[in-house]
Design a protein around this ligand. Structure first.
Ligand code: ATP
Length: 467
């Protein structure tokens, strides 16, 4: 053991999560049989369910439960002009440098941050390079520990495509895969206003893929090149923007507590260097296995977005108050979070290795029930007793009409419990010989591991109450 490389507990934990996620069908590296594809991941059977439940929980909290927020599903491809108006073509870039020892590319702002130096978002290439030179002694390559880096160059994060361009010269007129979903919201603001009965203040919410040429391909699904955002833009009167902002800060914090995240694992982080148009910007950070990092951004964006799109499109994007007739450009309060970062946060939060005494232990995902990929597993006590199997199938067939269920007759019941614990299934139902006599099944609770007998006739009611 002596010469084994020392690893910090944090690293071990991340490795555990990554290994677990793959082994139990939550997250697979993309294109694995071809050696993988940097910073792209696929959700496996349980991961797809968890991601779906995360989207649904967000949609419910944002759209379903707010009568002044409506949904939208805009396309990934949009007019390239949108990305000029938004400033992404000119300024959506990260400073990139190369470690001269191992040749891995690193984000200079991250490199500096690790060394306790904070770069301003507005800095020019020259200024960033100045910081690189000034702090040369403190910088360490996260991969090999090297300390010699090439000059920093700004690298644009937008992903280009040749959609609709048949000239073969698509570098000259690229279209982009969207770098964030909110632009689709801004450019549909008028359509929503004209086609529904919303009045300021109102919000538009959407969930969808976004693409960024992220420089560093580390940290698992925390930083992907193809990822998914859940964004809500609230359109408000300029005088009300800051009150609205505070309201959403509170509500989004509470949302994570409701999702079962412990408050001690959440932290506010205020942006020190605001982009010029922003009025306020705070992030909610989560304690990921590699430390506190951004989970969600909550931003007061002023009238920048609508003003820019009005300027570039030549269309008026003002609002006329139906009561007062006041005409103004609404301000925007945004909440923006990734499906993937929520996924990693809830997985990290829920993953528990529990000591059961007597040298026994279990791995259990203590997910909130609404997020569990499988809600109920149904077992016949024995695989080779047709009557038990038939009854269990009957129960399973009924429950699956309403809940994601799994039927399992492999191994013994103890093993089946462990398997379901690992994927976070809140309830297991077992059909045994007594069931055939009394009409009762055993329902076992994931967290307490307690078992109770419930009549088959009352199962639906039981789950309506408990799930
Ligand atoms: P970071 O500073 O970590 O790169 P960001 O500030 O650029 O993030 P935003 O542009 O504010 O992120 O995006 C809003 C949200 O989208 C983030 O809080 C995060 O949850 C998610 N997100 C952004 N980039 C990625 C990515 N590459 N992979 C996964 N999720 C992402």
């Amino acid at each position: 053991m002596g010469d084994k490389k020392k690893t910090t507990p944090e690293v071990v934990e991340m490795e555990k999560i990554v290994g677990f996620a793959k082994r139990r069908g939550f997250v697979f590296p993309s294109s694995e049989i071809y050696g993988g594809f940097g910073a792209v991941y696929d959700y496996g059977p349980y991961g797809a369910e968890l991601a779906k439940n995360i989207r649904e929980a967000w949609w419910k909290a944002m759209v379903q439960q707010n009568d002044n927020i409506v949904g939208l599903d805009s396309s990934i491809f949009m007019s390239p002009k949108i990305w000029e108006a938004s400033g992404h073509v000119g300024g959506f870039s990260d400073p990139l440098s190369e470690c001269k020892k191992c040749h891995s590319r690193v984000r200079v702002d991250h490199l500096l941050e690790d060394a306790g130096v904070f770069a301003d978002e507005k800095m020019t290439e020259e200024e960033i390079n100045g910081l690189l030179v000034e702090n040369k002694e403190k910088l360490r390559c996260p991969k090999c520990g090297g300390s010699d880096f090439s000059q920093a160059k700004n690298f644009n994060l937008l992903v280009q495509s040749n959609l609709g361009n048949f000239t073969g010269d698509w570098d000259k007129e690229p279209t982009y895969l969207r770098g964030e979903t909110c632009q689709g919201i801004y450019v549909n603001y008028k359509n929503v206003l004209d086609s529904t009965r919303v009045k300021v203040p109102f919000g538009i919410a959407q969930v969808g893929k976004a693409f960024r040429n992220e420089i560093t391909a580390r940290q698992f699904i925390f930083r992907k090149r193809e990822f998914e955002q859940m964004e809500m833009q609230m359109f408000v009167h300029p005088d009300d923007a800051m009150d609205m902002y505070e309201k959403w800060r509170e509500r989004r914090w509470q949302y994570y507590l409701d999702l079962g995240i412990k408050e001690e694992n959440l932290k506010w982080h205020e942006h020190e260097n605001l982009v010029f148009y922003a009025k306020a910007a705070w992030d909610i950070e989560y304690r990921f296995p590699f430390g506190f990092k951004e989970l969600e951004g909550i931003h007061a964006r002023g009238d920048y977005d609508l003003t820019q799109h009005a300027k570039f499109s030549g269309k008026k994007l003002e609002y006329r108050d139906p009561k007062t007739n006041e005409v103004y450009v609404p301000h925007i309060v945004e909440t923006s979070v990734g499906v993937d970062r929520t996924f990693l946060a809830v997985l990290t939060e829920a993953y528990v290795e529990e000591d059961l005494g007597d040298d026994k232990s279990r791995t259990v995902l203590k997910l909130p029930k609404q997020l569990s990929p499988i809600k109920i597993a149904v077992f016949p006590l024995l695989k080779n007793k047709p009557k038990l199997v038939e009854k269990a199938r009957e129960i399973y067939d009924e429950l699956k009409m309403q809940y994601m269920c799994e039927f399992d007759d492999n191994g013994n019941v103890g093993k089946r419990y462990r398997r379901q614990d690992e994927i976070g299934t809140p309830y297991c139902v077992t059909v045994d010989f007594d069931t055939l006599e009394t009409g009762e099944v055993t329902v076992r609770d994931r967290d307490t591991m307690e078992q109770e007998r419930v009549s088959v006739d009352e199962l639906q009611d039981f789950f309506t109450k408990n799930l």
